[in-house]
Structures are given as C-alpha cells and as structure tokens.
Design a binder for this molecule. Structure first.
Ligand code: RNT
Ligand code: ZN
Length: 418
C-alpha cells in the first residue's frame, strides 16, 4: 500500500484512540454493512419487461446522459463496474420490470424463473438481492391507482403481482442465503383534494392483508412498506401516507421503509428512526435527496445523511436496518451516480462510527451541553478522510477521486458505444 496513505492512517488512528475509539474495529464493522444498489439508476427506471413504456407513477427522470443499460447483461456489467469502485460486499435491489426473460409475461404471472439470470449472477459475485413489485409504468396503473383501486378486478391484478413478487423475494433469500427485503411502494393518490380519504386506505389495507396471508420465512423474505407525502399528480393526497404505514407496519409486524425524499422539505427522517425502531423490528432506508418537488437526487454528504448515519450508530440500530439507495439522475454518468451515492453513504457511516459516542453521551447525562457542542463540532474536522482512504486501499478499490478515471474510460470504451 501507498506509504502516505498508511502513515496518515496511523496518525489518524492515534488521534481517535485518545478518545477511546478503536479505528481497526470500526473498519471491521463498516465492512459488514451492506448497501443495496438500486438497479433502476442504471437505465432511468425503464426496465426490460415492457420496452419503451413511459415512466409513470408520479416519478420522473430528467436528463439524457448517454449509455443507459438496455439489457440485463448491460445492466449487470455496469453494476459490476460500479461495485469494483466500492469497498465491501453489497446487495442489488431489483424491480419486477427488470425480469431477465425472453417470454412476454405480465406482472401478475412473474415467477422466480424469470429472475434466474440475476440469481446466478448474484451468486457468482457474492451479492445479495432485494426486490420490489412494480406498481407503475403499466396500463393497469394509468389512472393513478393500483392496490387501492375502486375496481376489484384491477385491485386483484395488483394483489396477484405483489404475491408473485413476494415469492420471488423469498426465492432470492433462499438461493443466496441472506434475506431479501421485498418493498411495497405504490403511487396511489389524487391530484386534487379528495372527498373521501378513508375508503382508498381501507381498500389498501385489505389488499396488503391478502398479499401477506401466505406465511413467508423471515430468513428468506422481509416485507417492507414505503410511504410518501406526495408525488407528481398526487399532490393533494397519497393513500399510503406515513401515518397509514406506521399503523400498518406496527400492527402487522412489517418493516417500515423511510425514503429520505418522501417528507416535507424541512422534515428529516433521521429524527424518526429511534421512535420507529422502538415499535418495529426492522427498518428499510431509501437513501435519497429531496430538492424542491423532486425526491430523487443523488445522495450527497449533507447534514441529513450524516444525521441518519449517527442515529443508526448511536442507537445501535445497524443490525435491524437495511440500507438501500433510491434516486435516479439521468443527467450524469449512470455508473458514477451509484459510486457517489454508495461511497457517500459508507463515508457517513464511517464518520458516525468515528465519533466518541460514549464520551458525548456522558456529557449529555451530566448536562454539560457546552462540552457536548464543542466536541461534536471539533470532531467534524477530525481526519476521517485518512481512515476512508486506508479502508479503500485495503479493500483494493480506488482511493479518493481515482475512481473517476475508471468511470471515464468505461464511458469511452463501453457506454458511449451503446
Ligand atoms: C417512489 C419511491 C420508490 C421508487 C422505486 C423505483 O417515490 O421512492 O421507492 O423510487 O420503487
Ligand atoms: Zn423510495
């Protein structure tokens, strides 16, 4: 390893050790945290099942950056490239529309066999898989309702799709020897103020209960439900609100999914984690970044990211939390988008683990708020970067912005030619 990286690491280690932080132990812990890379960043949320179907469901991708993946093989190749620049072993998060099959099947007919290519690939690469039913970009979702649709036939179609998805998730978990998180997000809602907020929620609740009737082994499949405040075209009312899913997850023993882009602009999810994990077993995070009306910008090292990481570390919640990325930016290199978001999430976790939590907790108990503030602020400029560089070098992935060169040559050699 590069001499400068090693000596900076040893200096940093000593500084942290003065506050009782064992940096080697921190790095071991960090290496155990899996981030789930969302496949849909790789192709602007198009999928392979219905070619050229416009993206719907109140979510949108802007930008026409060249090189988006057009086939499962291209998408896997791009994911491998991204993963080669990210330290550690991770997971890939699939959506139902990413089925790897030549036969034309509809969403309600999907079976594990349609994802066999993904399973084989995950095995070869030592990856886990997560899953999502796709309740958008489909003719039966066009009027803005799926599982809460007033028409029982349409509702039934989506129930069947979710049941099928759950079986696929369980298959992933069984095949790969690690649980698959199957996450349910649906766009259902109204553009304008509804008269009846209750009935769609009653229908959604019944539909979910029906989906979850079949017993699933939690070692293979974990169900999570994802709320949203509003979407494009559902500005006034979303059936699956935060309150709805809080009640649902807690009464049914499901995992909550908090997407950091799904709340009011000043409402942060970091502050919610400790309350939610008091009353639910598991949490799924969709790491994203809201910007005005958009909920899906690339994750950057902002205060909220760091606060989420701190909550997970300080509350000892990492074992019960599944971390996934969820954003789609079509204006930048698709591979770079994964690398930036994943590395930032890991870096934030590292920074949080390198804080003197025990000392800070003691100061708080002693009501020495002056020292608490002083120490938190001083630690913001402690040399976590030296630790991160060492961690990357040790894992055999590019150090600092070196990965960008690799992305640029991949762009020239592969992406631009698509
Ligand atoms: C949409 C939700 C949802 C989707 C993905 C594609 O607002 O965040 O998680 O982004 O399922
Ligand atoms: Zn999400």
């Amino acid at each position: 390893m590069n001499q400068a990286i090693e000596s900076s690491y040893h200096e940093a280690k000593q500084l942290y050790a003065k506050h009782g932080i064992d940096v080697d132990a921190v790095l071991r812990k960090l290496s155990e945290i899996k981030i789930s890379l969302h496949c849909w960043q790789g192709d602007d949320v198009q999928g392979f099942l219905f070619k050229d179907k416009a993206l719907s469901g109140g979510i949108a991708v802007t930008g026409k950056y060249p090189g988006r993946a057009r086939t499962p093989d291209e998408l896997r190749q791009d994911l491998e490239k991204a993963l080669s620049m990210i330290p550690g072993k991770h997971k890939v998060n699939l959506h139902a529309i990413y089925a790897d099959t030549d036969v034309q099947v509809d969403l309600n007919e999907l079976e594990p066999v349609h994802f066999q290519g993904w399973v084989e690939w995950a095995k070869q690469n030592g990856l886990g898989l997560d899953f999502n039913p796709t309740m958008f970009s489909h003719p039966k979702a066009e009027d803005g309702f799926t599982l809460s649709h007033p028409d029982p036939e349409i509702r039934q179609f989506w129930i069947e799709h979710c049941k099928a998805s759950r079986r696929i998730g369980a298959y992933f978990g069984e095949q790969l020897g690690q649980p698959c998180v199957t996450n349910y997000w649906l766009p259902d809602g109204y553009k304008d103020t509804p008269v009846d907020r209750l009935s769609p929620r009653v229908r959604l609740c019944e539909a979910l209960d029906e989906i979850f009737q079949e017993v699933a082994n939690p070692a293979h499949n974990i169900d999570a439900v994802e709320s949203k405040l509003f979407g494009l075209g559902s500005e006034s009312y979303v059936v699956g609100s935060h309150e709805f899913y809080m009640g649902y997850a807690m009464s049914r023993g499901k995992a909550m999914c908090l997407d950091s882009g799904h709340f009011h602009p000043t409402e942060m999810i970091s502050g919610k984690i400790s309350s939610i994990l008091m009353f639910t077993d598991r949490l799924l995070l969709h790491m994203s970044r809201p910007v005005r009306w958009d909920s899906d910008h690339v994750v950057t090292m902002d205060d909220e990211l760091l606060d989420i990481a701190r909550e997970l570390v300080r509350g000892n919640f990492l074992d019960r939390t599944h971390i996934g990325l969820d954003y789609f930016d079509g204006s930048i290199n698709h591979v770079a988008a994964w690398v930036i978001g994943t590395r930032n999430t890991q870096k934030a976790l590292l920074r949080a683990m390198l804080e003197p939590v025990n000392i800070l907790r003691k100061l708080e108990e002693d009501r020495d708020y002056t020292s608490r503030l002083a120490l938190v602020e001083e630690f913001k400029s402690y040399p976590f970067g030296a630790v991160w560089d060492y961690y990357c070098a040790q894992a055999g992935v590019p150090v600092r912005e070196d990965w960008l060169h690799a992305v640029k040559s991949y762009e020239q050699e592969v992406l631009i030619k698509r």
